[in-house]
Design a protein around this ligand. Structure first.
Ligand SMILES: [Zn+2]
Length: 149
């Protein structure tokens, strides 16, 4: 099956998705702030420049786009054209993410990854964010919320 977009258009779309402050990150930050959490954003001093750093909770949060970070979900599916190119690119991102996670954990940080698809509608957002605050308050490991309604 051919890609419905031209190469140029596909690249445009992909670069938009990877914008510096994509909406999902803002959503998580706003929610945390409203719930009394204070954080730093995109702190360059930490491996991978996490989207959210919560020093008090010794936790960093990455909000990952499913496509760019290779999530195993429909949104993480590779385009049909230039498949090899995207596969290599995204494999590189996955490896870098893992390396950053290991480095952070070695330094005693708890690393939480929230995927874009875990914020895709109000109902799922609510589950994800409530689960996140429970994790932070109770100092337990983050368990993925069930995405089934
Ligand atoms: Zn996903």
């Amino acid at each position: 099956m051919a890609d419905i977009f031209t190469k140029k258009k596909r690249s445009e779309i992909m670069s938009k998705i990877s914008g510096k402050e994509t909406k999902p990150e803002i959503l998580v930050r706003k929610f945390l702030f409203a719930n009394g959490f204070r954080y730093r954003k995109n702190d360059k001093r930490y491996p991978g420049k996490p989207d959210i750093v919560l020093p008090k909770y010794k936790t960093v949060i990455f909000v990952h786009g499913c496509f760019w970070h290779g999530h195993n979900c429909p949104a993480g599916k590779l385009p049909e054209t230039r498949k090899e190119f995207w596969k290599n690119k995204i494999q590189g991102n996955i490896e870098r993410d893992n390396k950053n996670k290991i480095e952070l954990e070695k330094k005693g940080w708890r690393v939480i990854t929230i995927w874009q698809c875990e914020l895709k509608n109000k109902k799922i957002q609510e589950k994800t964010l409530i689960n996140l605050t429970n994790t932070l308050h109770n100092n337990v490991s983050y368990v993925k919320p069930s995405l089934k309604p």
